[in-house]
Design a binder for this molecule. Structure first.
Ligand code: PEP
Length: 253
């Protein structure tokens, strides 16, 4: 059975004082509810050192929100996988819909970033998802399938089990609208079939997360679906009580 992963995506939120309080509250909560899942926080790059120190020795893993496709050099503003690894990052989000939409990241760029992450020993959390117009046009599987296939096309088969996939319907992110458990399960099953076409043995071990307005009041039913192996949590990751409630839903406690 796959272990669940609950990963917070802080996006461009936080500050030194707020981060310290949030991590302290999450750690205190985990001491009460226990840890039977993988749990991570993906923080803005300037706070990596702060949060690295704050989570040291705890069950909380550190993640970043983006990585350069390049190893080093004249790429002003970018952060390499090796740099993230120096701060003990375990995860890095690649291909979040906000990066695809606001920074023009193509499927090919996202694939190159996933490879760069793997080269630095990081686990890429590869985000895929359709827009509302695409869903309404009946293109969900075609769009999401294409997004994952481009990434899989550049991976070695042996690397399939080193990635995490996050299905995040664009229309559900930050909107309060959530895919129904059945809608999400359908896409997750399609994603697992695509992974299996590349490496059947690995596909059963890959964690496929749902993201898009996952909250304490809808997490349990989403996480009960057979191919939903956790959540990528935006807004609710900024409130310790909400994040912890989703962790508990993932752990079934
Ligand atoms: C996200 O940004 O990855 C996300 C899922 O956001 P939210 O939970 O706020 O919809």
């Amino acid at each position: 059975m796959r272990r669940k992963l609950v990963a917070g995506n802080w996006k461009m939120n936080g500050g030194l004082a707020a981060n310290a309080a949030l991590i302290a509250d999450v750690k205190a909560g985990l001491a009460v509810v226990g840890v039977q899942a993988d749990i991570a926080v993906c923080v803005p790059a300037p706070y990596l050192a702060q949060v690295q120190a704050a989570v040291a020795g705890s069950a909380l893993a550190l993640g970043a929100q983006d990585v350069s496709a390049h190893a080093s050099g004249a790429y002003t503003g970018e952060v390499s996988g090796a740099m993230l690894a120096e701060f003990a990052c375990k995860y890095v989000i690649v291909g979040h819909s906000e990066r695809r939409a606001y920074h023009g990241e193509s499927d090919e760029v996202v694939a190159a970033k996933a490879v760069a992450a793997l080269k630095s020993g990081l686990t890429p959390i590869v985000c895929v998802g359709e827009t509302l117009a695409e869903r309404e046009a009946g293109q969900t599987n075609a769009v999401v399938g294409r997004q994952i296939d481009v990434v899989l096309s550049v991976l070695d088969a042996a690397d399939v089990e080193k990635i995490v996939v996050a299905y995040e319907p664009v229309w559900a992110i930050g909107t309060g609208k959530t895919a129904t458990p059945a809608m999400a399960q359908d896409v997750h099953a399609m994603l697992r079939a695509r992974l299996a076409a590349k490496n059947a043995g690995a596909a059963v071990r890959v964690q496929i997360l749902y993201g898009g307005s996952m909250k304490p009041d809808n997490a349990r039913e989403l996480l009960a679906m057979s191919d939903i192996d956790g959540g990528l949590i935006g807004g609710a990751a900024l409130k310790a009580a909400d994040f912890l409630a989703i962790v508990q839903a993932a752990q079934g406690n």
